[in-house]
Design a protein around this ligand. Structure first.
Ligand SMILES: [Zn+2]
Ligand SMILES: [Zn+2]
Length: 405
């Protein structure tokens, strides 16, 4: 597997990882129950790592695998990568109901389907052996929000990796061996050529980037500035480059991430500075350009949000994606927005079409950009606490968790 990278990379625009209580966690493995057969027919139960509250280690717990009902499916989890939001949850900087099974960047294989079976977003019935990812959001597809193109804001919304682990739908997170795909799940089949670890973030980072660019419209020929070089920023750079942006510029304060950004297609990687005049100077010096047509803010830093709104040229679009935690209010110059015809737009989560775009993008470009390289460590589910500890302390772009073979 990938060798762990030990570079300390704190302080980056995209590295607002939690610290604090999690540092005191034990790093010992959790003993797994003996396992002799992966065939679902012989499996009535499976293991899942359960989150009981911030500052506590996850506890490996046995769950019953439910029998599938109409429109559902059971997926065997092949791999799950830890997202920044999972780390915020375990650190207590993000609230989650407990007990819950975290993990939503999941790749699975269908083991069993109901009658009728769950269908993928293109309408094909799924069957045993299909390799799939699925939208984090489970939507009703009928309410006003679903019908208006925002199923991720469904009035009946449920989310994989964010639900209380109780009842027959308890298996709803990726830090487990199996998961119940509920009716209404938007599943997408995944090209077998995409490595597991590369496919996992498709339903979070990649699909969110696809949603941001869908909100922005045409990319070809535009000068694109990406603020934040975490996995979303790196993916955004690769996406812009492969869709014909005339300039793709990535800004972050973390030198390691900036190096990665150039590997992900950035024409220029510029060290962030919170002072706007200094930042403009750096942008001008590095890429002879400090005005952009499309600015994608992925760091969540309020300073970066303010800069994003100042660096747009006439008619620019500013897409805000990164601010998913409480932030200080930002200063905006409304006259500048008006006179420059700026469009400032928020994008949160994504619709099924964005997941489809994401999977197609990874299928086409996973070999051109080093997506595999950013999943720097891989752990077994029994070592999930070590995985989280490493993700918090060493800050690799992604850490992968796999069930026992
Ligand atoms: Zn996520
Ligand atoms: Zn709905």
């Amino acid at each position: 597997m990938h060798q762990p990278a030990r570079a300390q990379v704190g302080g980056g625009l995209a590295s607002a990882r939690p610290e604090g209580p999690y540092r005191s966690f034990t790093s010992s493995s959790i003993p797994m129950l003996p396992r002799t057969d992966r065939a679902l027919a012989s499996r009535q139960t499976c293991m899942a790592a359960v989150f009981h509250g911030a500052g506590q280690p996850l506890q490996l717990t046995q769950f019953e695998i439910p029998s599938v009902a109409a429109g559902e499916a059971i997926a065997r989890i092949e791999c799950c990568t830890l997202c920044g939001s999972d780390l915020h949850t375990v650190a207590g900087t993000r609230n989650e109901s407990v007990p819950s099974i975290l993990g939503h960047e999941i790749l699975g294989t269908i083991q069993d389907v109901g009658d009728p079976p769950l269908r993928d977003v293109q309408g094909h019935p799924l069957g045993p052996g299909d390799r799939v990812t699925w939208s984090t959001a489970i939507s009703c597809r009928q309410c006003d929000r679903c019908r208006s193109g925002l199923p991720q804001k469904c009035r009946e919304l449920a989310k994989y990796g964010h639900e209380v682990a109780e009842g027959r739908c308890a298996l709803s997170g990726g830090l487990a061996e199996y998961l119940l795909l509920r009716t209404g799940t938007m599943a997408v089949q995944v090209d077998p050529a995409i490595p597991d670890e590369v496919a996992c973030p498709a339903n979070c980072a990649t699909a969110t980037v696809a949603a941001a660019y869908r909100a922005a419209g045409e990319i070809a020929g535009r000068r694109v500035l990406i603020l934040g070089a975490g996995l979303l920023g790196l993916t955004a750079a690769a996406f812009a480059k492969s869709h014909g942006a005339s300039h793709t510029v990535v800004c972050d304060s973390n030198a390691d991430r900036l190096c990665l950004a150039t590997e992900f297609g950035a024409d220029c990687a510029v060290e962030w500075h919170a002072d706007l005049a200094e930042l403009r100077m750096r942008l001008t010096r590095a890429c002879e350009n400090a005005a952009f047509d499309l600015i994608v803010e992925l760091s969540g830093s309020p300073d970066a949000v303010e800069a994003a709104c100042e660096l747009g040229d006439i008619g620019a679009q500013v897409i805000l994606v990164g601010t998913v935690m409480k932030s200080r209010p930002v200063r905006l110059d409304p006259e500048r927005i008006v006179r420059n015809w700026l469009c400032v737009r928020g994008v949160h989560n994504y619709a099924p079409e964005d997941l489809l775009t994401a999977v197609e993008f990874l299928a086409r470009y996973h070999g051109r950009f080093p997506f595999a390289k950013v999943v720097e460590e891989s752990y077994l589910l029994s070592d999930v606490n070590q995985a989280i500890e490493s993700a918090v302390n060493n800050r690799p772009v992604r850490v992968a968790i796999r069930p026992l073979k």
